[in-house]
Design a protein around this ligand. Structure first.
Ligand SMILES: Cc1cc2nc3c(=O)[nH]c(=O)nc-3n(C[C@H](O)[C@H](O)[C@H](O)COP(=O)(O)O)c2cc1C
Length: 197
C-alpha cells in the first residue's frame, strides 16, 4: 500500500530585512488573487478589539512637570536583563515629554481603576489633579496610589515601528501591592478578571 503524503504548503514568510528596511508591500498573491498586507482597516480594528489586555499608566516627571498616559500595549520583554516595553503613538502629545525624561514608571492598574485609566487617556484635563492620587517615586517619577504594581524603568531603547514608537525600559525598581485584581480592556470597555471555577 502506498502512503499518500499530504502536499505541504510553504509557510508564508515576509521577506528578510537584513538591510533594516521594512517590507514594502505584498509578497505574493493569495489563491483568491487578493494580496497579503491589504487587510481591511475596520476588520483589523475589530480583530484587535477582541484581544483583552491589561491596562497600565505610564508616568514620568519631565522638566518638573508630571506627565502620563494610559496604555494597553505594555508587555514584558526580558528577564535578564529585566526589560519591559510599551508602544506610544508618534502623534501623542505626551510622548515628547516622556522621551526627554530620564526614567519612567509603569503603573499596573487594578479592577477598581477604570476611571483613572479613562482620565489618563483624556485630552484637555490635568490628569494628575484630584481625584488622582499619586506620590513621587524613588527616582522622582509619579507613582499612582492603590495600583496592582509599579515598575520604575530607565530608558533602554526605542524603535519607530509604523505610526508608533516601541519604548523598551530597563526595570530598576518594582513594587507589588494588589496582585489578584487587574483592570482589563476589551472591545472598547474596561472590565475585571475572573478565574475559571
Ligand atoms: C484603554 C486605552 C489604551 C490605550 N493604549 C495606548 C497605547 O498603548 N499607546 C498609546 O500611544 N496610546 C494609548 N492610548 C491612548 C492614550 O492613553 C492617550 O489617549 C493618547 O495618547 C492621547 O493623549 P496624549 O496626546 O496625551 O498622548 C490608550 C487609550 C485607552 C483608553
Amino acid at each position: 500500500m502506498t502512503e499518500t503524503v499530504p502536499a505541504q504548503r510553504p509557510p508564508f514568510r515576509l521577506p528578510r530585512r537584513d538591510d533594516g528596511t521594512p517590507p514594502t508591500g505584498p509578497v505574493s498573491a493569495r489563491p483568491d488573487g487578493t494580496a497579503p498586507g491589504s487587510v481591511d482597516e475596520e476588520t483589523f480594528r475589530q480583530a484587535l478589539a477582541v484581544h483583552a489586555a491589561g491596562v497600565v499608566v505610564i508616568t514620568a516627571q519631565s522638566e518638573g512637570v508630571p506627565v502620563g498616559l494610559t496604555a494597553t500595549s505594555f508587555s514584558s520583554v526580558s528577564l535578564d536583563p529585566p526589560l519591559v516595553s510599551f508602544y506610544v503613538a508618534q502623534e501623542s502629545t505626551t510622548w515628547p515629554w516622556l522621551r526627554s525624561a530620564d526614567h519612567f514608571a509603569v503603573n499596573i492598574l487594578t479592577g477598581d481603576q477604570a476611571e483613572l485609566a479613562a482620565r489618563f487617556a483624556r485630552k484637555g484635563v490635568d490628569r494628575f489633579a484630584e481625584p488622582t492620587r499619586w506620590r513621587p517615586g524613588p527616582l522622582g517619577a509619579p507613582l499612582l496610589q492603590d495600583v496592582s504594581a509599579h515598575l520604575v524603568c530607565l530608558p533602554y531603547d526605542t524603535f519607530t515601528v509604523g505610526d508608533h514608537v516601541l519604548v523598551v525600559g530597563l526595570v530598576a525598581e518594582a513594587g507589588v501591592y494588589h496582585p489578584g485584581h487587574p483592570l482589563l480592556y476589551h472591545q472598547g470597555r474596561f472590565g475585571r478578571f475572573t478565574t475559571h471555577p
